[in-house]
Design a protein around this ligand. Sequence first.
Ligand SMILES: [Zn+2]
Length: 286
Amino acid sequence: MRNANYKFQVKACILQLAACSFFLASCVLHLATASAVHAFFVEAQGLKTTSALKIIVIDPGHGGEDTGAIGPSGVKEKDINLEIAKKLEKLILQKMDVKVILTRTDDTFIPLEQRSAIANKSKADLFISIHANAAYRKGASGVETYFLSFDATDEDAKRAADFENAIVSISNKKQDNKNADDLKSILMDMAQTEFLNESSQLAEIIQENLCQTMRRKNRGIKQAPFIVLAGAAMPAVLVEVGFISNAKEEKRLALPQTQEIIAAAIFKGIIKFEDILRSKMGYALE
Ligand SMILES: [Zn+2]
């Protein structure tokens, strides 16, 4: 009798264990299904996932009386920069849960210092200045991405910074000739110093994506004393998307398709940079 009772208890125990395992398995299955369904709906409806970035400032270089470089057939750098910036804004707004601010949305002149001030005031997480290059050498081509330093990487980098900084003389007629001391004082109290590591990382990622996507000559990541970057209190880069002084590149840069490709490459760079930020900040990757 005792033996039969014992057997009965063992059977009941096994049954309970089986029921328990079944319950656990169905829980796991339920969770997996729920997350797959969630992922499906996020994908299907194009819903945006929480971003480690909240505000991105895009700075279309030049504007208004400051045309920037002008190509052999008259294409103006300021127009190309604005088109790319708007396309990049659209992409970010479509795919990320992030606020985007453009330093200019039309053909308006904005002084260099005001551009980083806009980013600081809005407490932006990223500052991306978009430009097109110019060189005396007509055949010069390719893309390069800059982050800030007081000394330029090479002569070409110095020339690029001199060209972009020359706008100061239009914005402030009293300071017609920015000499080395003026520049030094601007750069001395630069807010950018503590973000140089992240800026170099962002520059590297954007440059890599631009070169891969555009299959253009990789002129590398460079550093130079750009006033527009100096005051930015967040990771900040300046992208030279091609040489408008090169007739072939000028033609290509004026095409909306090329502008889309450039915007998409920069966007990819932002996404990759955001992934790095997420893992640094301990965000759960979705
Ligand atoms: Zn420029």
